[in-house]
Design a protein. Structure first.
Ligand code: NAD
Length: 558
């Protein structure tokens, strides 16, 4: 039996198989950054260092830095007069070269074998958990205006977890996907091949971890990538590209390409080796990309895999019998941490009248205590939203709510873009269950509450399910099991990540695999085996030991 497994292993990876025990990783512990802690001093020093320089960010193609001379400034959202980087944008020449580099590097990358590839990404995780942690966290705080805690959870812990657990999962399914039966005289096995060709990874601004995970998850199973980072996170993403190269990522496996998403997509789709799209971002962008891929199909070698995690209109439904203080905390943290710029952020709540009467004043009082400002001031719970475009979009919703007959702003509603793009945490109460702020993704610090009569719980579950096209995350707050079960059943397809008595944000790798359906994405659960399986195209191998020497069959006998 042992001998046979070794044979199978040889088929899987042509490079020598290191006998890795595949111990299950643990989630990276979150540092607290409390006053007096070592990590607080370290991050403050690193923030100052990064504030005092303006770096040049090149394209990286086949391991080489390319300074195109066509540059854009990267600024700090909470202090938008401050430039932290000049970014060299890719032209069509770099875009085409990046696709070719990704294709040309794939053979060697496959032949390195799963263990060789995992060794590189596990080294990335160790480097990020160690010396690189403060550099990446500080870059995320400055580039995407995260508080130190939000940066630590995202840029350090979640990405360390993505890298470690993805390697663990990939090793696991290398065994799991082997054929169950090999009759006497036959050896059956499965080679876990990657997709043939390159993956286009188009990444969002809001999570540094997601940005690096999208090109690296397919890479673990042998794919190569063209990585198009968001224009709002070039700086932190570039530092992670540097980290991966220092960890030994071979040239061409991931090619870093700041530039226009539309143009990079056009270049990628005109290369017949385009094998897949790994996308996280808004629903509208993803739908457009899917259509373009459909049109390009006749020119492509393979049917590309399309994986996209997109927008959300995430909810909290409260039952009249629920934990009031727990609900208040979930509403506040779920809606306003990272300025509501999480795909999972609570942005609509259905609250029974008796509960709302009991908590609304306290909720407003607590929200008024929230301090907002520079990410470098650690007493701030909130900072700025990502850019002027986002600021205009969010404040547009607030302004229309101010004019609406059916909606009332009960706290917040003010904003200023003088220094940074700051918007107060805002709560709207509406009598219209399908008001635009109850239905559309706002992606900012705006929560809308629909107050229902205590006896209308069943009706409100129906309204919650039917109101919005999205189905990413949602929570039920209730004390009794029957009420929880009713919501659980009724809201089965309303959220891909469902929370009971908790806020709908903060999914942890290997604990709550993340993703939603309907307009929220393909639900391939980032950070889990399902996502990695999308990047493989197995080859089934039958090896006959006892080779037939006689063409006749017994039934032919007289
Ligand atoms: P976005 O759609 O504006 O941009 C995402 C990426 O797509 C960026 O790199 C952007 O440059 C690129 N892009 C934009 N237009 C393009 C085009 N025409 N062709 C090719 N690429 C194009 O999204 P964003 O503002 O960066 O991120 C916020 C969105 O991401 C929100 O909708 C949020 O809900 C979603 N999101 C979802 C998840 C999830 O797991 N479901 C996680 C994070 C963010």
């Amino acid at each position: 039996m042992v001998i046979k497994l070794t044979m199978v292993r040889k088929n899987i990876d042509s490079a020598p198989f290191a006998n890795h025990m595949n111990h299950q990783p643990i989630n990276e512990p979150i540092l607290g950054y409390a006053p007096g802690s070592e990590e607080r001093d370290l991050i403050k020093n690193e923030l100052q260092r990064q504030m005092n320089e303006v770096i040049e960010i090149p394209c990286i193609i086949n391991g080489e830095e390319i300074f195109t001379g066509i540059t854009a400034n990267q600024v700090i959202p909470h202090n938008h007069g401050h430039v932290i980087a000049k970014v060299h944008l890719a032209t069509n020449k770099e875009m085409e070269a990046a696709c070719i580099a990704a294709v040309n590097s794939q053979k060697e990358w496959i032949e390195l074998g799963l263990e060789g590839r995992c060794a590189i990404f596990e080294k990335c995780a160790d480097m990020l958990a160690g010396d690189w942690r403060m550099k990446v966290n500080a870059a995320t705080m400055l580039n995407q205006s995260k508080t130190v805690f939000q940066a630590e959870v995202d840029a350090a812990c979640e990405l360390i977890d993505f890298w470690r657990f993805n390697c663990h999962y990939a090793r696991g399914f290398h065994d799991y996907l082997q054929p169950l039966v090999s009759p006497p005289g036959v050896e059956n096995s499965t080679e876990i091949r990657p997709l043939e060709g390159f993956i286009l990874s188009i990444t969002p601004f809001n999570f540094t971890s997601i940005a690096a995970n999208l090109p690296s998850a397919p890479a673990i199973v042998g794919c190569t990538s063209v990585w198009k980072p968001s224009r709002n996170s070039y700086y932190s993403n570039y530092i992670l590209m540097q980290l991966m190269m220092e960890a030994g990522l071979p040239p061409g496996v991931i090619n870093f390409l700041p530039g226009s998403g539309a143009e990079i997509t056009e270049a990628a789709l005109s290369n017949p080796d385009f094998a897949g799209l790994h996308f996280t971002g808004s629903t509208a962008t993803f739908q457009g990309l899917w259509q373009e891929i459909g049109l390009a199909l006749p020119k492509l070698k393979s049917y590309p895999r399309i994986v996209g995690e997109t927008g959300g209109k995430d909810f909290i439904v409260a039952h009249r019998d629920c934990d009031h203080q727990g609900l208040l905390v979930a509403l506040l943290r779920g809606s306003f941490e990272y300025q509501g710029q999480k795909c999972s952020a609570a942005s609509r709540a259905y609250i029974p009248r008796s509960v709302w009467d009991a908590i609304s004043e306290d909720l407003c009082e607590e929200i008024k205590k929230i301090k907002m400002g520079d990410a470098l001031d650690f007493t701030n719970f909130m900072t700025a939203v990502i850019d002027g475009r986002s600021y205009n979009k969010i404040t547009g919703y607030i302004d229309r709510a101010k004019l609406s007959q059916n909606s009332e702003i009960i706290v917040g509603g003010e904003y200023s873009d003088a220094v940074g793009w700051f918007i107060e945490p805002t709560v709207i109460v509406t009598t219209e269950a399908k008001a635009e702020t109850m239905v559309e993704e706002i992606f900012g610090p705006v929560l809308t509450v629909y107050v229902y009569e205590d006896y209308e719980f069943d009706e409100v579950l129906q309204i919650c399910d039917e109101s919005s096209p999205y189905a990413l995350t949602g929570s039920i707050f209730a004390n009794k099991e029957d009420d929880i079960q009713k919501a659980f059943n009724h809201l089965r397809f309303t959220a891909g990540n469902f929370y009971i008595n908790d806020k709908p944000t903060g999914a942890v790798v290997a604990q709550q695999p993340f993703g939603g359906a309907r307009a929220s994405g393909t639900n391939d659960k980032a950070g889990g085996p399902l996502n990695l399986l999308r990047w493989i195209s197995p080859r089934s191998i039958k090896r006959t030991i006892e080779i037939p020497q006689d063409w006749t069959y017994p039934f032919l006998d007289e």
